[in-house]
Design a protein around this ligand. Sequence first.
Ligand SMILES: NC(=O)C1=CN([C@@H]2O[C@H](COP(=O)(O)OP(=O)(O)OC[C@H]3O[C@@H](n4cnc5c(N)ncnc54)[C@H](O)[C@@H]3O)[C@@H](O)[C@H]2O)C=CC1
Ligand SMILES: O=C(O)C1=N[C@H](C(=O)O)C[C@H](O)C1
Length: 249
Amino acid sequence: MTRVAVNGVTGQMGGAVVEAATDSEVVVGFATSETDAVDGVPIVDPADAAEALREYDVDVVVDFAVPEGALTVAEACVEAGVPMVVGTTGFDDDGLARLRNASDEIPLLKATNFSQGIQVLQRLVSEAVATLDDYDLELMETHHNRKVDAPSGTANSILDVIQEERDVEPVYGREGHAPRDDDEIGVFARRAGDIRGEHELVLAGNDEVLSLSHRAEDRGVFAAGALDAATWLVGRDAGWYEFGDVVDA
Ligand SMILES: NC(=O)C1=CN([C@@H]2O[C@H](COP(=O)(O)OP(=O)(O)OC[C@H]3O[C@@H](n4cnc5c(N)ncnc54)[C@H](O)[C@@H]3O)[C@@H](O)[C@H]2O)C=CC1
Ligand SMILES: O=C(O)C1=N[C@H](C(=O)O)C[C@H](O)C1
């Protein structure tokens, strides 16, 4: 059974991973918490993660925390030679570069969204944008009111897919009085309630509208995908991996 450490174990996603881990065993968690354990999982300060990875004989780390915490644990994974699945979003360019550097030493799989549906959505977006190459594009995401990064990592990944097909200029929200440029893509982030994660791309032109959308109904979909990725990652060579590699396996 794969021995898993969860970074961000006291969070919403950390709890979902612990709950979803039936074919894996969560043996330790990392979080900046005053409590010693959650759901029977011992909690260790991220600063002590390298020692804990050895002590608990961890096979792989699953991360759903905050960028700085993910980077701290990535360094520990490099020190201990443990693969890492990174689910945290909101990294700046320096943080992404540090993760890339870590992947020179360990197997590291990063995904902004561990649902299979979003993997399919991104492939549909690529085909739709390439085909409907003169349609107006608008992107909206909606998440719970605790989410601190905007737009979502998933929305940014969808923008990356679009940029591979077409040179667009993101406009983050709109206000004032100005015409829409043809190369714009409006990007909107809504925050309300405990919405798990919704994404929609609208392609409009030629007297028609195509809408491509996805809705996550439970955090379990992300937890299951991350655990599948974790099991898949163990034993692989050092390098940078993505969730599409797992979905296509
Ligand atoms: N890739 C994916 O499929 C998904 C990614 N996410 C991302 O996962 C992250 C966490 O999301 P939630 O669980 O909703 O957030 P949350 O706020 O509920 O949990 C964050 C956790 O990180 C912990 N933390 C804070 N500072 C830390 C540090 N320095 N080191 C280690 N842990 C630290 C907190 O104590 C908490 O346990 C966010 O970036 C979110 O965007 C969320 C869902 C799916
Ligand atoms: O914070 C969340 O909840 C989620 N964050 C990820 C993102 O930023 O895209 C993935 C998912 O949408 C849920």
